[in-house]
Design a protein around this ligand. Structure first.
Ligand SMILES: [Zn+2]
Length: 422
């Protein structure tokens, strides 16, 4: 924890962010294109100063609804809990507009496949606004069954197109699979939730030997709802630079720990997170407020963050350096799963661009796009910038959290990353 704080301070020292003139964005995304006008409008949107109520659909599988008729009361309690957390620092609130049930998976077929079909059916979505705003809504799908195997829960916010969505509305979908013995929709808290049942522990908390109870399992729902409202995972990395060599930077993964920096943010899933202290970080709270009408999907938010990123090269005296070579390396998300001895392998740091600074010592770069690159098979949540001129070198790193802070908290249109060569 202490080590982490020290390295964060170092980062602040060599990275400075300044506002400067607006430039045209040419960032393109794999499946969606947000126009300049849409971006401008979003940035100009006044932040809500009143509660923004979002009406949602809450759906469970028919089998569970029959076996447990009071599930609707359980659903209300789940939403009450989520609203308690949202009320700490956001204007966002959820209310259940409609309870629904849907058919169970046929014997022998997978519940996930059933759900994947159902979530595309418009009858399970509730439209909050009919004007040109992208404000669609959110549906929470629970699939609860006895002896349910380990299945992935999920949360997403996507723009749906075609009939009956017209030009497209953003709908959040949350999918929760629960073993019936322990469902968060059951009102009695007497199920053996402190047991070491490995199924329960793995399925809900993804870690062994955790003390669990119904309230703690609610964290999972809260986390997925965060995604469905437009939040991503705060991913960032710590690097140390040798450099001048062709070696990739050393990455210290013991210092890569979002949960240590934001221990109570539901999106970081820290061990310290409890139902009582759960609270979105200031950054995520502002994201929720700013995107209160679900104008942007998660992919579009990344696009918004990733525009107008400029590297500015300076010498030790603070003078800008023209004609410096700037190399931009992506940091592949998959490095997190690599064996320790392979973490310096060059395959995780593909060269994305080689550029030269202009007469003002600046050059616009292709920034890390986070989840947007997922469809292409590679995700870059961070980049390493290496700079050289006349034998002098310098470096810096850039990640999507830095871009989020600049855009959302500081409301900067252009992000300038200063790199000093020595
Ligand atoms: Zn997540």
């Amino acid at each position: 924890m202490k080590k982490l704080l020290i390295s964060s301070i170092l980062v602040i020292l060599f990275v400075s962010v300044t506002a400067s003139a607006r430039a045209r964005s040419s960032v393109q995304t794999p499946s969606k294109f947000l126009s300049e006008t849409q971006i401008e409008n979003f940035l100009k949107t006044t932040l809500p100063q009143n509660i923004v109520e979002q009406k949602i659909v809450f759906a469970v599988n028919q089998g569970f609804a029959k076996r447990y008729p009071s599930w609707q009361q359980g659903a209300k309690e789940v939403i009450n809990f989520i609203n308690t957390v949202l009320a700490k620092n956001t204007w966002k609130r959820l209310t259940i507009e409609r309870f629904m049930t849907y058919p169970d998976a046929a014997p022998g077929s997978k519940p996930r496949d059933t759900i994947d079909k159902i979530i595309k059916n418009p009858k399970y979505h509730f439209l909050n606004r009919t004007d040109e705003s992208a404000f669609g809504g959110m549906t929470i799908f629970y699939y609860v069954a006895p002896n349910l195997g380990i299945l992935g829960t999920s949360g997403a916010l996507d723009r749906l197109r075609g009939k009956p969505y017209g030009k497209g509305k953003n709908y959040g979908t949350v999918v929760i699979f629960e073993n019936e013995q322990y469902s968060t929709l059951k009102l009695d808290d007497t199920s053996p939730l402190d047991s070491n049942d490995p199924l329960y522990v793995k399925k809900f908390l993804f870690q062994e030997n955790s003390k669990v109870n119904r309230q703690r399992a609610m964290r999972v729902v809260l986390h997925e709802v965060g995604h469905a409202l437009g939040l991503a995972h705060p991913d960032w990395y710590e690097f140390s630079f040798d450099d001048g060599s062709s070696e990739p930077p050393l990455m210290d993964f013991s210092q890569y720990e979002p949960a240590a920096l934001y221990p109570t943010d539901p999106m970081t899933f820290g061990d310290a997170l409890t139902p009582e202290n759960a609270e979105f970080s200031n950054l995520n709270a502002q994201m929720l407020n700013r995107n209160a009408f679900l104008k942007l999907s998660i992919g579009e938010i990344f696009q918004l963050l990733a525009r107008n990123v400029v590297v500015r090269v300076k010498n030790e005296k603070g003078k800008t350096v023209a004609g410096a070579r700037v190399k931009v390396f992506g940091v592949d998300y998959e490095i997190k799963n690599a064996a320790p001895e392979k973490k310096r392998s060059k395959k995780y740091f593909p060269l994305r661009q080689t550029l030269r600074t202009d007469s003002e010592g600046k050059v616009k770069i292709k920034p890390p796009l986070g989840d947007l690159d997922m469809k292409k098979g590679r995700r870059f949540f961070a980049e390493i910038i290496k700079v050289a001129k006349d034998g002098k070198v310098g470096g810096a790193y850039l990640d999507t959290i830095m871009l989020q802070k600049a855009r959302i908290l500081d409301e900067l249109d252009t992000f300038v990353l200063d790199v000093v060569i020595r």
